[in-house]
Ligand binder design. Structure first.
Ligand SMILES: C[S@@+](CC[C@H](N)C(=O)[O-])C[C@H]1O[C@@H](n2cnc3c(N)ncnc32)[C@H](O)[C@@H]1O
Length: 589
């Protein structure tokens, strides 16, 4: 097994992406309707949105482009007023995905479909300049300033905070009927509830994600939003005290929370402009294709950030800033990755994200079994196994020497072990009698890809044993069993679909809606806890209840897949360990 520093570098890049996401970012469009009773058809629509995946998003799925009333007419008129030609794409309702952009004539590969000039990008710089707090933002000391990712002017606050602050202000103005901003028509078409994890009740988040590595992601998203609020709250208070904030603009925490959700699910990062993060009206109506090639253009940002990097595979157009477009003035350009027939929806990729990552950052959950990016992110670090590893500091030092952090997330998949995992584990688990041997061990593992004997013990065997143990512990950490999760995933979905369409508070028996026996009983019990009725029946009387039940079902489906990945990894570690031991025995003979 020769895994060298290159493969470890790949793993490191992966983690770096995640921590960037944790740094905060944007977005989710939700078709969730306002509070109130909803019909089974509406519930099914929400269900469809959460579980969206293989069917509608498959490249090639057609959306009738025949004459239909124009969607978001005011927004589209505003775009036209700005000189934007939206053809040959038309805005359509695309079923479970909400609004989306559809070809209205056959498109060739590599065609430029959309060219947004800089003036139509809501950039952090622009947000700072147009904010009602601009005088304060200008005064912020250069010491506290950060340089924009685009390397342009120094920004007084992080990009995400500036965009959120201005979005929240725009929302307040819109709510008060103030149409003075030039972004008013854009803000009007943004979803009221982006549907990201920031919309989930905190207690529910912890309960739902217990045992899953997704809890770390949820925590990092919440922490980024909280940090941003901490940063903005005193500024807003000062602006209010100085009379800078118009009386009708609340700039409340709720407004900011909404803005964080919008950014998490809609912000776009532009590699062609040094990773500048922007909101791009119209371009942010592109939906995600789970089958698009890794690294394809992305609308959406969360974490690894919506990127507009090159799309080479199917099902993902390329979206990025092209400096030579518009006669050298530059523009955000969408290019087709292949030919499209009239009526086909055009997709981008939001990045190689697991269904859980999509659920938390964008509010929809493709079936995990159909998502090629589904994984279980195993966290491995020098301090995570033994509370007091006397060699921890030295290990961190050696890891740093090899360009590696003291802890790393490795994406376990059904298909096999991530590159570099065993090398990293072998190092983390090592306990040499002579500590300085860690230096040589690091060089062998990370530079040469060799697993040496350490004090007579096989370091590869130690890594495999550790991996098996970690999978066992991870499997035990889930609060539910596989059987219950399978029933929950199937049962809540069926409960919604089977709900009687008659009567605003129709009920469906979870027993009828789910599997039989113990699994059905478990689903019934779980469903009962999610309803106000307490009579063991699923009552989908309000949006919150139904969304909560559906979320539970989506997360249960994710847990099922995570468990399958852990079980297969565990079995593989055990089999490889047996092989290593057999080989050692035969060498001794
Ligand atoms: C950048 S917006 C795309 C436009 C969005 N459909 C709208 O109506 O505003 C991202 C949001 O679109 C929806 N979305 C995108 N791709 C999807 C997919 N494959 N399945 C279900 N929903 C999707 C999610 O609500 C997501 O938060």
């Amino acid at each position: 097994m020769a895994l060298g520093s290159r493969s470890l570098q790949c793993a490191q890049n992966h983690v770096r992406g995640r921590s960037e996401r944790g740094g905060g970012r944007p977005f989710v469009a939700s078709t969730v309707a306002p509070r109130g009773r909803r019909s089974s058809v509406q519930c099914s629509a929400i269900l469809g949105q959460l579980f969206k995946g293989a069917s509608g998003a498959a490249a090639g799925a057609g959306v009738a482009a025949a004459a239909q009333p124009e969607l978001e007419p005011e927004f589209q008129a505003w775009l036209r007023g700005q000189g934007i030609i939206t053809q040959p794409l038309v805005l359509r309702q695309c079923g479970r995905e909400g609004r989306g952009l559809v070809a209205d004539r056959p498109l060739g590969r590599g065609e430029a479909l959309l060219q947004l000039p800089d003036s139509l990008l809501l950039t952090p710089q622009r947000a700072a300049e147009e904010s009602c707090l601009a005088p304060l933002l200008r005064q912020l000391s250069p010491a506290g300033a950060s340089t924009s990712a685009a390397g342009a002017a120094a920004l007084p606050l992080p990009e995400w905070s500036l965009l959120a602050l201005y979005l929240a202000e725009l929302r307040g103005r819109a709510a008060a009927g103030d149409r003075g901003s030039r972004w008013a028509a854009y803000v009007d078409m943004l979803p009221q509830r982006p549907g990201t994890v920031l919309d989930w009740p905190a207690k529910e988040t912890r309960q739902l994600l217990r045992g899953s590595p997704l809890l770390r992601l949820a925590d990092s998203i919440a922490a980024a939003a909280a940090a941003s609020w901490e940063e903005l709250a005193p500024l807003i208070a000062r602006g209010r005290a100085e009379g800078l904030v118009p009386a009708h603009v609340s700039l409340s925490k709720a407004d900011l929370d909404w803005a964080f959700g919008v950014l998490l699910s809609r912000c776009i990062r532009l590699p062609g402009r040094d990773q500048l993060q922007v909101l791009a009206p119209w371009a942010d109506l592109l939906n995600h294709d789970v089958n698009a090639e890794t690294g394809a253009a992305a609308a959406g940002a969360a974490g690894s950030g919506a990127t507009g990097s090159g799309a080479s595979g199917s099902g993902g157009c390329h979206l990025d800033w092209e400096p030579t477009a518009r006669g050298g003035a530059g523009a955000l350009v969408l290019r087709t990755d292949r030919a499209y027939a009239a009526g086909q929806q055009v997709y981008v990729s939001y990045g190689p994200k697991s269904s859980g990552e999509l659920l938390l950052s964008y509010g929809f959950c493709p079936p995990p079994a159909a998502n090629p990016h589904q994984d279980y992110k195993l966290l491995v670090g020098v301090n995570d196994s033994a509370a007091a590893d006397p060699l921890a500091a030295l290990k961190a030092e050696v890891l740093a020497k090899h360009g590696l952090p003291p802890s790393l997330e490795f994406p376990l998949k059904l298909e096999g072990l991530p590159a570099g995992l065993l090398n990293y584990l072998a190092f983390v688990e090592a306990a040499p009698q002579v500590p300085q041997e860690l230096h040589d061990l690091g060089s062998l593992l990370f530079e040469e890809g060799v697993f040496p004997l350490l004090d007579g013990a096989d370091t590869l065997a130690a890594a495999l044993k550790s991996l098996g143990n970690r999978c066992t512990a991870a499997l035990k950490a889930y609060p539910t069993t596989m059987e219950v999760d399978q029933a929950l995933a199937a049962g809540a979905a069926a409960a919604v679909v089977n709900r009687s369409p008659r009567g605003p508070r129709g009920r469906a028996s979870p027993t009828a809606a789910t599997a039989t026996g113990a699994a059905a009983a478990a689903a019934a019990a779980a469903a009962a806890t999610a309803t106000a009725g307490g009579d063991g029946l699923v009552t989908l009387g309000t949006e919150d209840v139904s969304v909560s039940v559906l979320r539970e079902a989506a997360v249960a489906g994710i847990r099922v897949r995570e468990r399958q990945i852990l079980q297969r990894t565990q079995a593989s570690a055990i089999a490889q360990l047996a092989e290593v031991k057999r080989a050692a025995r035969s060498r001794r003979r």
